[in-house]
Design a protein around this ligand. Sequence first.
Ligand code: SF4
Ligand code: SF4
Length: 342
Amino acid sequence: MSLWILDKGAIAPFVEGLMAEYRVVGPKAKGPQFAFGDITDPAQLRLDYNITILPPKKVLQPQYERLATFTLGEDPQVEPTIEAGPTVLFGVHTCDLHAIRLLDKAFSEEYPDAHYLKRREQTIIVGLECLEPCDEHSFCKSMGTLTTDEGYDLHLTDLGPAYAVDVATEKGKTLLSQYGTVREATDADIRRLNEVLGAKWPRFTYRLDFDAAELPALLSTAYDHPLWAELGERCLACGSCTNVCPTCYCFNVTDEVNMHLTAGERLRRWDSCQLDEFASVAGGENFREARKARQRHRFFRKGKYIYEKFGELGCVGCGRCIRACVANINIVDGFNAIHGTA
Ligand code: SF4
Ligand code: SF4
């Protein structure tokens, strides 16, 4: 819609203004790492972060969530609970913006999820353009998620003393005009922005040995690849890789009833296809019992199944699963190994 300039010194008053009206969630230091959390003081916001432990999806799809409360007895009642409020998700990197776009599809197509959609509707997203790779595990350039021109309301690009602010939606425009002290970008600012954006590309390297668009077809030939047995031997089925993934959205739902069996609540928690019991069904069967089958499933979800369902690959190249894996299982190495032996 338009481009504005926000001096770095104006970030703290901007965030302070937002905090009066919204829950503001952004990257904060957590020991030597970073995590998205509630900002209660603008000084907590760390826009210089590299990557967060968990992705910002936890704001839209919390790890634990109450879906409904119910009473039992002669006149049973069910009351849905949707816990959502006006929120600004501040400082979301481009790969995570792509991931949220995918979650939007997953939770709105086929079976619209009222809980996710209510939170999403109440959330304003301020993106942050990545100018450096998070670390050696980032492969966003291979996955085509190194930049984006959608999926945010406002988007910041660091120009040095100030941020260029791309205003993409009416919500973003209102937010900036109410709380931000900005000036319109000049031709010199636009030239500087183009320089900054142009300079970032060589800093990122391709880590896939092939074009990611080939992944669905490549995996179609790899169902019986020996890699799955090798990964199955190493995998400890801890579920960390899926828990940190910005595009994994599987969950489990349980009912918890009080001691008197008169009332209870329905809870939803994140689940992981890598856990031993994930595919357990009635009768004691487990249709994906072997770890090698579950590893294959994860790779196929990322490179084939999600693409077939939503038209985009299910991996945004953030590298979180690589950093989190205690068995050093590396999704880039896996895809490259399949490509190298196809
Ligand atoms: S599969 Fe791994 S690299 Fe890809 S989006 Fe998920 S966590 Fe990131
Ligand atoms: S993080 Fe590694 S060890 Fe744990 S489930 Fe995932 S692949 Fe297996």
